[in-house]
Structures are given as C-alpha cells and as structure tokens.
Design a protein around this ligand. Structure first.
Ligand code: GLU
Length: 298
C-alpha cells in the first residue's frame, strides 16, 4: 500500500522554525518511503487565524523546497463533510461552561496537558446560559478507549476519558478542529500523521472519533517541539524565527534546512536542498527531547 502523509498548517501567521522542523520530518519520511505528501490548510474559523497567512505560508514552503501531491485542500471548503460526521456522532450534548468554569472545577493542568472536562453539563435538563453558543460534547462511554502506541512517542496509557473527558466536537454550527482533522485524514487516505507533540494530549480523543465513525486510525508520530534557550516553546520572545524574516535577511534556504537536519542527527551542508536530505532521513537519530534553538545554530 502506498503511504500517504500530509502537511497541515494553520494560517495563524508566518511559519517559523518550529513548524518547519516538523514538516521537514513529515515530508522526508514520505519521500524516503516513496509515498505521497498532501497539503491541507486548516483554515476553519479561529480567532488566531490571520487573513492572507495561507498564501505566505505556501510561499515559504516552496522557497524551502517543499512540494506536495495534488491540489491544496482547504478545510473551509469541506464543511459539509464535517457536518455529516457530526450527525453520525449523535447524540451530543450542549455545554455552556467557560474555560474558567472548567478550570475552577479541577487543579490546573500540568504543562503539556489539556484541560479535562469533568462532565458538568452532561445530563443537564436545561442549559444554564441559553443565550451563549453551546459547545457540543461527545459523551464518552466505557467502550471509548483512545489508548494507542505512538510510533515516535511510545505507548500512550491514558484513555480519552482521562485525558480530555467528554471533548468538544463542534461550537454552535462550527465543527471543532479535532473532528475536522480526523474526517480529512480518513477521507484522503492518510496513513501517517507526523505532527508536533503539543497535539499528543488530544490524540486519544481523535482515536475515539475514528472508532465511532467506523474509520481506521493512521500511524501517529508525535515529534518534540522546538523551544528557546529558556525551555519555552519557540515564540516571538526568542527573536524572529519566521522563515520570511530569514529570507528577507538574505539567509539561504540551505542554511535553515541544514540547521534543522543537524537537529535530527543528520549530516548536512549549508548548501543542501530539501531533496538532498531524502537519503539522510533516519528516525532513529531524532532526539526525544525538545530541540533548543538559538540563532548561532544557523
Ligand atoms: N493544523 C495544526 C497545527 O498547525 C496541525 C494539525 C495536525 O497536524 O493534525 O498545529
């Protein structure tokens, strides 16, 4: 069977080194295996999305040497598929809790954990705030497990009930990200999902969705994130690590690719192209710890 991977950027702003390192691994894995790479823009409405960011991120990827098979898919054009999946997941229940309500009901999550929903609105006869748009949650049953073995991060021993509790599959009429990703990956035959391990905590919930919808989950590879010297996730406070900024400053793409390749334990010269790296690809040398970035690595 031909393997199919995908790059799934969200148009939240310009791509930075953290995004690119994960995409590099995802792309090389498929190219090395003779598989396909799909491109999907995750542009469902989200307050963090920026207008026009999708054109910029595709430009950055092409500049670095990425290519993909078939047309660019856009989630905003696929709403009927997600709505159909929502109907198949029924019954759902409406939830009117705010984040603060949920936070107040439990101790603060540890870093890398998500807020677990304690089920406050489950079985409520009347919504407490009918003027607010409800979040629609999937009531988990004893059959919903969600534990799985991650091909990179190893065995995940917590069930969806322990990780997320009854999770959100839609807000009002809008399908949630966690559902859209599952529907899309299944519909496009994706066999391998390589992505940042910030999404690891919601993966058991996504596995539950695969099973509830009668779909087969792909193999998941959750990769450690890139962090700054302070150990925190790469962000503006660590300087400008956007690809567009390096490009504007005249940094050639090979230097960026080589620095990221070295972070994965692969030898690469600063004039490398992305294609040159295909034979270097080796998952076994990628460290399991977050990669600490500082500009001197460039
Ligand atoms: N669009 C998500 C992001 O940019 C990635 C989702 C996924 O790979 O499943 O963080």
């Amino acid at each position: 069977m031909k393997r199919i991977g995908r790059l799934a950027p969200s148009p939240t702003g310009a791509l930075h080194l953290g995004n690119i390192r994960t995409f590099l691994i995802a792309w090389l894995q498929m190219r090395r295996a003779g598989g396909k790479v799909l491109m999907r823009i995750e542009d469902l409405d989200h307050p963090k999305h920026k207008a026009g960011a999708d054109a910029g991120l595709l430009e950055d990827l092409v500049w670095l040497g990425f290519d993909w098979d078939g047309p660019v898919l856009r989630q905003s054009a696929r709403l009927p598929l997600y709505r159909d999946a929502l109907r198949r997941l029924a019954p759902l229940y409406p939830c009117f809790c705010s984040r603060a309500d949920i936070q107040g009901a439990q101790s603060a999550p540890h870093p890398g954990e998500v807020l677990r929903y304690p089920g406050t609105c489950r079985g409520r006869a009347r919504p407490p705030a009918p003027d607010r748009v409800p979040a629609w949650r999937l009531p988990l049953t004893a059959q919903d497990d969600g534990r799985y073995v991650d091909a990179f991060a190893g065995a995940q021993t917590q069930t969806a009930a322990q990780r997320t509790g009854d999770f959100v599959v839609a807000r009002g009429e809008d399908p949630a990200y966690a559902l859209a990703v599952v529907v899309d990956d299944a519909a496009t035959g994706v066999t391998d999902v390589v992505r940042g391990d910030d999404i690891l905590p919601v993966t058991p919930a996504q596995i539950v969705l695969y099973h509830r919808l009668g779909l087969t989950p792909p193999t998941f590879w959750h990769m450690p994130l890139v962090v700054g010297p302070d150990g925190r996730r790469l962000a503006k406070r660590h300087g400008d690590t956007r690809i567009a900024a390096y490009r504007a400053a005249g940094v050639p793409p090979g230097r960026i690719l080589a620095a990221l390749a070295r972070s994965c334990g692969w030898k690469a010269s600063p004039d490398t192209t992305l294609r040159d790296l295909i034979p270097c690809f080796d998952l076994s040398t990628i460290p399991h710890e977050p990669f600490v970035w500082h500009d001197a690595l460039l």
